[in-house]
Design a protein around this ligand. Structure first.
Ligand SMILES: Nc1ncnc2c1ncn2[C@@H]1O[C@H](COP(=O)(O)OP(=O)(O)O)[C@@H](O)[C@H]1O
Ligand SMILES: [Mg+2]
Length: 247
């Protein structure tokens, strides 16, 4: 389980998180929503040690990570992988070798064994037929799937996705949604997903957490969000449904 307990974070005098509490249960898909600048990326970056909290606590499987030294995060990043919004692949390597890289680097596998493991991962995201292609040969949606395959190579228990469908065409976006759902349903992988894609949010989430003015405004099921009479929630959901907004 991942627990954020009363987490505070400010940059200078700008308070971004003013006491955020939420949990991610094993095997579940939790979405973080909120408008641009609400602190969604800041929140999830705490988990992998890219940002340290000013106050409060973050626990990963019961371990308090705010006391971690930098090196304590290395094993955690294998168990809790992050797919950044602009995850980049190495342009000069085949898709297969991109995915094989963490296996060579972290598990010190030889080239043949690493490629074999990478191929299995590519098959999981239905990309194995493109293994020998270069990143430049394929579109954004397929590249995102390869980035997800790469994040899965070390068998993480948790995967954090920061805006996984932003910038993708609708068909690719739905493939990525299905993949996130499949990871949870078939492999028991838990996901924490930052998103403002309404179809993803309501189609994939087990739970949705909305950040607003540094705090959790609502933490509930998609049904709870649809039924909410809170004007802040209603306005946000309506804004997403109506399409382009300042995000
Ligand atoms: N490293 C940083 N230094 C200073 N300010 C930052 C830093 N990272 C984020 N911020 C600020 O924190 C706020 C929340 O950012 P972010 O979490 O990226 O928003 P979003 O919800 O859109 O992901 C923004 O005002 C942003 O400018
Ligand atoms: Mg962000």
């Amino acid at each position: 389980m991942i627990e954020f307990i009363d987490v505070h974070k400010a940059f200078g005098d700008k308070v971004v998180l003013a006491g955020v509490t939420l949990t991610v249960e094993p095997g579940s898909v939790v979405f973080i929503i909120g408008k641009s600048g609400a602190g969604k990326s800041v929140l999830v970056k705490h988990l992998v040690g890219l940002i340290r909290p000013d106050g409060g606590e973050i626990r990963f499987e019961g371990q308090a990570i705010s006391a971690f030294a930098e090196r304590d995060f290395y094993p955690l990043r294998k168990r809790c992988a992050m797919v950044f919004q602009h995850s980049t692949l190495f342009d000069s390597m085949t898709l297969l070798d991109n995915v094989a890289l963490p296996l060579r680097k972290h598990q010190r596998l030889g080239q043949a064994a690493a490629r074999e493991g990478a191929m299995a991962r590519l098959a999981q995201v239905r990309m194995d037929h493109l293994a020998q292609r270069m990143p430049g040969d394929i579109g954004d949606g397929l590249r995102k799937r390869v980035a997800i395959a790469r994040a899965l190579t070390l068998d993480p228990e948790y995967v954090i996705f920061d805006e996984p469908t932003t910038g993708l065409d609708p068909v690719s976006a739905r493939h990525v949604d299905a993949l996130i759902r499949q990871l949870s349903d078939e492999l028991g992988v838990s996901s924490l997903v930052v998103s403002h894609d309404l179809r993803s949010i309501f189609g994939v989430a087990d739970r949705i957490v909305m950040l607003y003015q540094g705090k959790v405004r609502l933490d509930g099921t998609p049904g709870d969000f649809r039924a909410s009479v809170d004007p802040v929630i209603r306005q946000f959901v309506r804004g997403l449904a109506e399409g382009p907004m300042e995000l």
